[in-house]
Design a protein around this ligand. Structure first.
Ligand code: DHK
Length: 156
């Protein structure tokens, strides 16, 4: 349906390796499986999703810049760029879109260099530590932010 809000779910470096990458930390669900789960959840919620991944910082910046014309909100797992990228911070700051920061792992239980995020202060909120299920939690939160469900989770 064309008038469903279209949510960009943007994945950064190394997330294309989910399934084989440190499964004790990131789980065994592949990015393709997460994409499929997101599509089903988006359909249930009344959203469209545009699910993307790049290992390149500049490409992530360009996708974020384009999102303001094409999408209603951004869910971003920027991978390691979360902790390093002023460029991604600045790109997110100039969108007028609601942003949700997402991580599979609980970054605060991990190495100190993962405790700082350049994204949190331009995000509405942060979801971390729930593995692949976090993507579905992020979509549920986004559905309320873009007004397709009420605060209590019922259809708006
Ligand atoms: C993913 C990464 O690739 C790491 O660099 C972050 C994040 C954590 C995650 O948990 O999804 O530190």
């Amino acid at each position: 349906m064309a008038d469903r809000p279209d949510i960009l779910i943007l994945n950064g470096p190394n997330l294309n390796m989910l399934g084989v990458r440190e499964p004790a930390i990131y789980g065994s669900t592949t990015l393709a499986q997460i994409e499929g789960n997101c599509a089903a959840e988006a359909d249930r919620l009344g959203l469209e999703v545009d699910f993307r991944q790049s290992n390149f910082e500049g490409e992530l910046v360009s996708i974020i810049q384009q999102a303001r014309d094409e999408h209603a909100g951004i869910v971003i797992n920027a991978g390691a760029y979360t902790h390093t990228s002023v460029a991604i911070h600045d790109a997110l700051a100039l969108t007028d879109l609601p942003v949700i920061e997402l991580h599979l792992s609980n970054t605060f239980k991990r190495e100190p260099f993962r405790h700082h995020s350049y994204i949190s202060d331009v995000a509405v909120g942060v979801i971390c530590g729930f593995g692949a299920h976090g993507y579905l939690l992020a979509l549920q939160a986004m559905a309320r932010l873009v007004g397709v469900v009420d605060e209590d989770g019922s259809n708006a």
